[in-house]
Design a binder for this molecule. Sequence first.
Ligand SMILES: Cc1ncc(COP(=O)(O)O)c(C=O)c1O
Length: 395
Amino acid sequence: MSSRGPAVPRSPSLDRLPEYPLGDLPARRAAVEARGIRVLNLGPGDADLLPPPRVVERLREVVLESRYSRYGFQRGLPEFREEAAGWMERRFGVVADPYEELHPLIGSKEGLAHLLLGCLGPGDVAILPDPGFHSYEGAVIMAGAEPHLVRLSPENGYRLDPEALPGGVVDRARILLLNYPNNPTAASVELDYFQRIVEFCREKGIGLIHDHAYSEIAFDGYRPPSVLQVPGAEEVAVELHSLSKTYNMTGWRLGWAVGNRRFIRNLVEVKSLVDTGPPLAIQAAGLEALRSPEAWMRENVELFRRRRDVGVQAFRDAGFRLQVPRATIYLWVAVPGGWSSAEFCRRALNEVGVVLLPGSSFGAGGEGYFRAALTVDEPELQEAAERLAGLEPAS
Ligand SMILES: Cc1ncc(COP(=O)(O)O)c(C=O)c1O
């Protein structure tokens, strides 16, 4: 045996990673199903819905053409880049060069991790929301940098207040990462909030990453703004977009990064050595999603709006406390007294077969809440709330 230790090495960063809460979920769910319980899955943000029909049809066409079976490399399909740039302009009035200021991603989760690898190093700090999407903290740690978690609170609408950051953190911070509409809290903001943030980042010399995975899932006339709509934002900001939630294409793995060209260049340098971009066939089909008729978009959002209304009412009728979200596919619900969020969610699955995510799995700042995803139909949302009402109170 070598004196150097085991032959298979392990990065010390792995020991600093937060736990990934969805990892053992399939096994825990299977164990409950094996007991004959029909599980209602309100866990991952992965809806039970189909992409626009034209997208599926286009994929069937392009898989028969050899052009789409080749490597995409980082340039990918020019038509996808052009379509995504056109989408940004139609939706937000944001003009971006499709080659220098926009880059296709294998979903925004992939893009985020590689972007942070390309932007951060030892000694750097990245400011992250707590609670926040699971990947943020892990991606910062894998980049060798230090996450600084900022507690978001319901009292200020879960908005991260840059003015409240300690000076020492601001001095070392290289990145501020935000996500509105927000996972998991479903909080949303107006453009004036982004104006404040951009001003702060420009003044302090901090790069801004805005994760816009829920840009199109909004209700009651609310239209989530893009950070890039703020004049001068392109000097400091990059935004991540995804087809996953907007077009029910979670498993297709397609999105794009858009914004400051130095951000894009860092990302391309990393990705060139790690992957060869989203499959060309997926890009070819995905661009059809970006051309979806207004009517398809309206109907899809309307479906989530109905689920939201039924879900909010059902959870309230069952005795839970929650706000009506005006965006995302999530309900952010207060855990009834006496339980930790992890314990409540564990019992919800084991005893009544309802998958929920504990607020604490999104960071300590999420304690006291659970997240219920609107990923099942209205009768199932109703049934989930009724089953949860039947849980015996904590002793
Ligand atoms: C805030 C946020 N960002 C990114 C993602 C990942 O999206 P994608 O499927 O584009 O990788 C999710 C998925 O749930 C999310 O909630």
